[in-house]
Design a protein around this ligand. Structure first.
Ligand code: AMP
Length: 285
């Protein structure tokens, strides 16, 4: 496995693979890898001849008061993990390599980026769309793998690929959870023991919401009330948002229809965690 820090190194390797007719899979990450990332790598390994994992804490997707400086980083451990999962190339650029002086061009998404995390984190998806476009241009993957954990990001990236005719297929992968239900996240490392316990309120709310919808609840307001009651019962939790949106447009809905996304962001202490579930109406008989 190779670790590249420059765009030129990556381009050179990709050119060799393309010349040999090998398909390329890309897994974009911010590192501090866990089983959620591993599931993406494994999916890429299954589907592609060569697998590239980018490890880059992208400064432009963080707001001024967010956790860019504190975000956990451990390239050595990440590289070992990548190697163990059959990754061929880790791309670990510096911020200057990606955004040299004079950098002046950004990619933005419109309506899809205005709700949920887009509303709570102004500029976040502009940073995401810009870095993902750059990674697509550098790596030129046939397939790119993203987690359903960041459901709005996945929808936005799919929309961007469609709208800008980017020659890549985006593959969404299911949320990987801890045994007790908490969605795996690099940010879970911020949690104290008490907060780690309190954080279970997210997956408890998600599971209860899922059960309610599966049992026939279609009223978004009632569903949110049920889930909020659970979230608000946890003293260490502060709800940033809980929303029921159309799974394609990311716009709030009143009735839960064929493809709804129920998404939430909750502060546990000062750590902001997200979770979600998608409800797809089973085909009518
Ligand atoms: P991050 O490093 O947090 O930017 O995540 C990189 C990729 O891994 C994104 O596509 C995430 O959606 C995905 N991911 C993060 N956590 C999980 C998880 N628990 N299950 C599945 N995918 C995940």
């Amino acid at each position: 496995m190779r670790i590249a820090t420059t765009i030129d190194e990556v381009r050179e390797q990709i050119a060799q693979w393309k010349a040999a007719g090998r398909t390329v899979g890309l897994v974009p990450t911010m590192g501090y890898l866990h089983e959620g990332h591993q599931s993406l790598m494994d999916a890429a390994r299954q589907a592609c001849d060569a697998v590239v994992v980018s490890v880059f804490v992208n400064p432009i997707q963080f707001g001024p008061n967010e956790d860019f400086d504190n975000y956990p980083r451990d390239l050595e451990r990440d590289a070992e993990l990548c190697e163990a999962h059959g990754v061929d190339l880790v791309f670990h650029p510096s911020a200057d390599e990606m955004y040299p002086a004079g950098f002046n061009t950004y990619v933005t998404a419109d309506a899809l980026a205005e709700t949920l995390c887009g509303a709570s984190r102004p500029g976040h998806f502009r940073g995401v769309c810009t870095v993902v476009t750059k990674l697509f241009n550098i790596v030129q993957p046939d397939l790119a793998f993203f987690g359903q954990k960041d459901a709005q990001q996945l929808a936005i990236v799919k929309g961007m690929v469609r709208d800008l005719n980017l020659p890549v297929r985006v593959v969404g992968c299911p949320i990987v959870r801890e045994d007790d239900g908490l969605a795996k996240s690099s940010r879970n490392t911020y949690l104290s023991a008490a907060e780690r316990q309190a954080a279970l309120v997210l997956s408890r709310a998600v599971a209860a919401g899922q059960r309610a919808v599966e049992a026939g609840e279609r009223d978004a307001h009632a569903l949110k009330r049920l889930m909020l009651d659970i979230l608000e019962s946890e003293p260490l939790a502060r709800v940033d948002y809980l929303e029921v949106v159309d799974g394609l447009t990311m716009q709030p809905v009143e009735r839960i229809g064929s493809a709804a996304l129920v998404a939430l962001a909750v502060y546990i202490g000062s750590t902001r965690l997200i979770d979600n579930f998608i409800f797809e109406e089973p085909p009518c008989c």
